[in-house]
Design a protein around this ligand. Sequence first.
Ligand code: ADP
Ligand code: ADP
Ligand code: ZN
Length: 220
Amino acid sequence: MRLILLGPPGAGKGTQSKILETEYGVAQIATGDMLRAEVAAGSPVGMEAKAVMAAGGLVSDDIIIRMLKNRVSQPDCQKGFILDGFPRTIPQAEALDALLHEMDMDLDAVIALEVNEPVLVERISGRFSCKTCNAGYHETFKRPKIDGTCDVCGGHEFIHRADDKAETVHARLEAYNAQTAPILPYYRAQGRFFTVDGMAEMDEVSSQIAAILDRLHALN
Ligand code: ADP
Ligand code: ADP
Ligand code: ZN
């Protein structure tokens, strides 16, 4: 299965990708997570990306496309992958098309999560994650079952992303509207494009995605 999950920051792409990764045994490819790892490691890519990310802008297509090409060719992507946070621009979408063509691969579906702006802001402001295993949580909508303990790994340390603060959220939403939203019509025109009501509860969103994948599976 090869899938793209689209949607603005805070829409639930990471949450749903992780669920799909577990259920379908395919790799989650989150370019934001990869970039944060580069920043933490102080690599040349990380040093270049750091300021842009902190300001809520988009990292250059060159860097991102190079990173994605390396990732997709790794063995764990053989069974399929879910792209989370990529593509974010038309040039990235075009580079992905070329890459898939080169590798003789097709996309099964492109699924866009629709969430309105006030809810995005609420989701981003309350988001935090486990420092050890990166599991995602929310102060209101998804608290750990035992306060202060990660449901997945039992860890006790949590982090808030540096760019999940009010000042940066606005810039990120602007970058989404200006640079990423234009890829929706690009994929709609290609077919196998679906929208899901991302405002629903997490389980309901998962069921809607599963229903789309089941229908596609029945067609194949
Ligand atoms: P994205 O990867 O699209 O930026 P996340 O999956 O990180 O979004 O979700 C943003 C925040 O909102 C997280 O704190 C997550 O726990 C929470 N969240 C995700 N989906 C939902 C939902 N359907 N309802 C309520 N909160 C959600
Ligand atoms: P969110 O899901 O909340 O939008 P991500 O973790 O996907 O956040 O991305 C965090 C930041 O990393 C973005 O604001 C951007 O600076 C950078 N980034 C991630 N993916 C891409 C991409 N495909 N192209 C350009 N920049 C990216
Ligand atoms: Zn954990």
